[in-house]
Structures are given as C-alpha cells and as structure tokens.
Write a protein that binds this ligand. Structure first.
Ligand SMILES: [Zn+2]
Length: 232
C-alpha cells in the first residue's frame, strides 16, 4: 500500500518539473504480450521475428490476427488518466505497447517498438503498404511473402532516428515516471540504465530489474487510484 506521503512527494515533483517523461508498458493493457512465452508450442521469440516469417509464416500470420487486432479494443481508465496527466503537465509519453490505445484516448505517444496500426512491410521485395489492412485477412505481400507490421520484431533493431529521439527525450527530462512497464526488455531498460536516480520513479504491480536505479519505487496493484490522485 502506498503512503500518502509518497504520493505527495511524487505530486510535488511533478508540479516542479518542466519536462516529464512518462513511460508505459504492458501493465496498462488488457492483453499482456510480454507474459506470452510460446505460441503453438513455438517460443514466441522465434515466431515473432524475421525467422518466424521465414520458417513459421502461417503461425506468424495467425499470431498477428489472434493478438494484434486492436480494432475493437478500447482504452482503459489508465490510458485516459495518463492523457489527463499529460495535458496537465509538460509530458512526453514513451510506450512499449504496439497498440494504439493511447491514441484512442487522445494522446500521441512515441512508440518505442512501433505500432501495428501503421504500415506493413515486405522483408523480401521491399514493398511498403500504407495501411495495415492486410493484417486482418492474411498478411501477404503481392510477391507472396508474409508482411510484417511496422514494429520491431525480436532480433530486429530499433530505427536509429527513433532511438535517438527517445534518448534525447530521456536526457532532456527532469522527471521520469514509469507506469506499468515491466522494464525487463530492450529497449526501455537500456534507455533507462544511466538516468539520474533522483529523477526516476517506478510504479508497477511487481518489482522490476531497474528498481535499484529509481528514487521512488511503488509496487501497487491500484495504479488507477494513484493516477486519480496525481491528476487531481
Ligand atoms: Zn514482397
């Protein structure tokens, strides 16, 4: 249980900050892809990768349709509260989530790993499709190869310009609050490993590998109440 005193410290830090970075992760979404270890008995790192497109094309395509179709998924109360926070303070939101639920809650975040709502790309012939329409039928290129959404698959690099943008946002910030991010995966943990302890706050349901780097760590299930207090 979080103490009132800690909440007040966080609130006053937010009020005195000019440049806040909020980080969000799978802890705020209805489906937690990070806890998925296997898809049809194949390690998820194999399926959701360029290797998966090559060797398990049907599984890759089905995985996309099973778990990356967010057309009917609505943003949660946490998304809406984060929008309110971002409107109240000068805030940049970095998200590890590949859905567009922040956008649906009227916020434009930086997608660390890209978004499935964007374009689709063929890794064989190089063709780029402006929409992700094919994701929902069968994600196949005209050349016959399986398309990938414009997200970073396992084994792929984050585009350099996006990496540089995220780094500069972190560097320019005077307060970083991570909300519902497990921080156990690249790129976020790599991005945050050198931040000044004094400006780093972690709010998550469970412990994260970066907890020792943060000034304040809150492990609490009730992220909604915390955000409601901070937005008041
Ligand atoms: Zn192609």
């Amino acid at each position: 249980m979080i103490s009132q005193e800690t909440l007040d410290i966080i609130k006053s830090k937010m009020q005195s900050s000019n440049n806040i970075v909020l980080i969000t992760g799978s802890g705020i979404v209805p489906f937690n892809f990070e806890t998925m270890k296997y898809y049809r008995d194949i390690p998820i790192q194999w399926v959701f990768s360029p290797y998966g497109i090559l060797y398990y094309p049907n599984d890759f395509a089905d995985l996309l349709r099973d778990h990356f179709d967010f057309r009917c998924v609505e943003p949660t109360q946490v998304h809406r509260l984060i929008t309110t926070l971002a409107q109240k303070f000068n805030t940049t939101v970095l998200t590890n989530n590949m859905d567009n639920l922040h956008e649906k809650a009227n916020l434009t975040p930086i997608h660390c790993l890209g978004s499935v709502e964007g374009r689709m790309i063929c890794n064989l012939c190089g063709q780029v499709y402006g929409t992700n329409e094919r994701l929902y039928s069968f994600p196949e290129c005209d050349c016959g190869y399986i398309l990938q959404p414009d997200v970073v698959l396992f084994g792929q690099q984050i585009p350099e310009d996006r990496w540089n943008l995220m780094q500069s946002k972190i560097k320019e910030s005077d307060l970083i609050i991570s909300i519902g991010a497990s921080l156990n995966q690249l790129p976020l943990n790599q991005l945050l490993v050198n931040v000044e302890k004094d400006k780093f706050i972690i709010i998550n349901q469970t412990a994260t590998p970066l907890d020792s780097l943060a000034n304040i760590v809150i492990n609490d299930d009730d992220i909604i109440s915390i955000l409601q207090y901070l937005t008041k």
